[in-house]
Ligand binder design. Structure first.
Ligand code: PLP
Length: 494
């Protein structure tokens, strides 16, 4: 049997990898998951000798069997090149007693680059394979990093357009500047008066709007999603977990087969779900630690089995995790039901109608791979300060959430631990400098970048220096209720 993709909400909806990449969200509103676990024997002594690109080929060819070797190598080599400022692409560093998997060496200095640098190539290749000649319109909601990383990936890729919505008051100054200065004739950036969940729910609704899809089709266009629900993003994220473990073996830090913990700063549940798939493929992960900020809907879920989004929404220092609906969790739910589409659909419908659902005791019993906890804003700052003092290493607030939660967990496990480091501290200089100096400051973000440079001795990434004199190219601000009209206007399909 060859590996295909099936929807979490309709057992009849089964498509090839390339079709799933093109569609993003399944037409029935579900998410695509692999029909089976790829048959792969991970030999870490062998993997330890391989480059990131080679490991990527091993993993991705198993999950994307309808891509030819030449197609896949083209995608991988176009994505993971000198856009990354470290030849290892995803280096693992040891700081203090813990290991940090640095996923921020790409063009927007955050982990979304890991997948979004390859997605445009996977999509345009998938389009060709399926004889699609309509223009692909990427529609995306972002809490900060996705939007910029998606635009960096898609800018000026022929046959594509990209429209990004972000919450006006929910992203950092640097994130905002990165977005509004985005180059590319096919990129559109729109700020909304509302939070990330408003933007995300409307984007989901637009994907399911048949009349709108019809209008697009008449104009030779079709929507696709660059959001983390696309398996064209999820699978490339499995790669760095395999690579990281192999690197630890290679460095002699662990023996092949040793169990390690991995702590993941979590929002939409994409990154940690990729870690879960990696564990299923045979990476010896002990506990997958799901680290949340005060928007701790996932912590409560792992502790109680109840997912409840009816709660206050906090704007925190780790904005990419300010999320109350973790879209990718639907895939885990589906696996927990034993691939039961009816049960998954019922739970997801309860989430959209009542804002909550409770899983069964049988499902709860299968959650043992995960440990969920959260860090307060104060604990996040303390973690930044502590890692700096003890290991002379500066981490960003998202990574600090993972480090803080890991420390709580380490009371019950002394296995080696890997912290997944999702952003460069230069992306959040205010929070980081305030934490390191224990003072509040009213300097602007750009002055703080230089202060951080003095404190950390880490070179300022070009992604930040080039912002200084980049012209503003996007200035639309709309009410969240006007998103549909805005899309029609941009695409000229009124
Ligand atoms: C997106 C993001 C996260 C959360 O990852 P998910 O896959 O959404 O759980 C964490 N940190 C940073 C910096 C991010 O950009």
């Amino acid at each position: 049997m060859t590996l295909l993709y099936k929807s979490t909400r309709d057992a009849q909806n089964i498509v090839s990898a390339s079709q799933a990449i093109l569609q993003g969200l399944a037409t029935d509103g579900g998410l695509y998951v692999p029909t089976e676990l790829p048959k792969l024997t991970l030999d870490f002594d062998e993997l330890a000798t391989q480059s990131y690109q080679e490991v990527a080929f091993t993993i991705m060819s198993a999950f994307y069997p309808d891509f030819t070797e030449a197609e896949l190598r083209h995608c991988i080599d176009s994505a993971y090149d000198d856009k990354f400022d470290d030849a290892a692409i995803a280096p693992v560093v040891k700081k203090g007693n813990d290991y940090y998997l640095e996923l921020f060496h790409g063009s927007t200095i955050a982990f979304k680059d890991m997948a979004l640098s390859i997605l445009p190539y996977l999509m345009t290749t998938s389009a060709k394979k399926n004889g699609v000649d309509s223009e692909i319109v990427i529609l995306t909601a972002t809490s900060g990093d996705t939007g910029k990383a998606a635009m960096a990936g898609f800018a000026d890729v022929p046959g594509t357009k990209i429209i990004v919505f972000y919450p006006r008051d929910g992203v950092s100054k640097i994130q905002e500047k990165q977005m509004v200065t985005q180059k590319g004739e096919n990129t559109y950036v729109v700020a909304i008066d509302g939070n990330f969940d408003d933007a995300q729910s409307t984007v989901k609704a637009l994907f399911n709007d048949d009349a709108l899809k019809q209008k697009l089709a008449e104009n030779g266009k079709q929507f696709s999603s660059a959001n983390s629900i696309n398996i064209g993003r999820l699978i490339p994220q499995v790669v760095y977990y395999v690579y990281a473990y192999a690197q630890l073996v290679k460095a002699g830090e662990i023996n092949n087969g040793d169990s390690i913990n991995v702590s993941v700063p979590t929002g939409n549940f994409g990154n940690i779900l990729a870690g879960y798939y990696a564990k299923q493929l045979g990476v010896p992960f002990n506990q997958l630690i799901c680290a949340s900020n005060p928007n701790k809907v996932l912590t409560d879920f792992f502790q109680t089995g109840v997912y409840d989004r009816n709660r206050p929404f906090y704007v925190t220092s780790s904005p990419s995790m300010d999320i109350l609906i973790s879209s990718n969790l639907e895939r885990l739910i589906f696996h927990l039901t034993g691939d039961d589409v009816a049960q998954t659909k019922t739970l997801m419908e309860q989430l959209s109608s009542a804002g909550s659902y409770e899983i069964t005791p049988e499902m709860k019993a299968k959650l043992a791979d995960f440990y969920g906890d959260f860090a307060t804003e104060e604990e996040t700052k303390q973690a930044i300060e502590k890692v700096y003092k003890e290991a002379n290493y500066v981490i960003d607030p998202h990574t600090a959430v993972a480090a803080s939660v890991l420390e709580k967990y380490q009371a019950q496990s002394d296995l080696p631990s890997l912290v997944v480091s999702t952003a460069s501290p230069y992306k959040f200089p205010r929070v980081v400098v305030e934490a390191l100096t224990n003072t509040e400051t009213d300097k602007d973000d750009f002055e703080l970048v230089h202060e951080l440079n003095e404190l950390s001795n880490v070179t300022i990434p070009t992604a930040v220096t080039e912002l200084d004199d980049a012209p503003i190219r996007h200035n639309r601000v709309i009410a969240s209720g006007d998103m549909k009209a805005c899309v029609e206007d941009i695409l000229e399909v009124k």
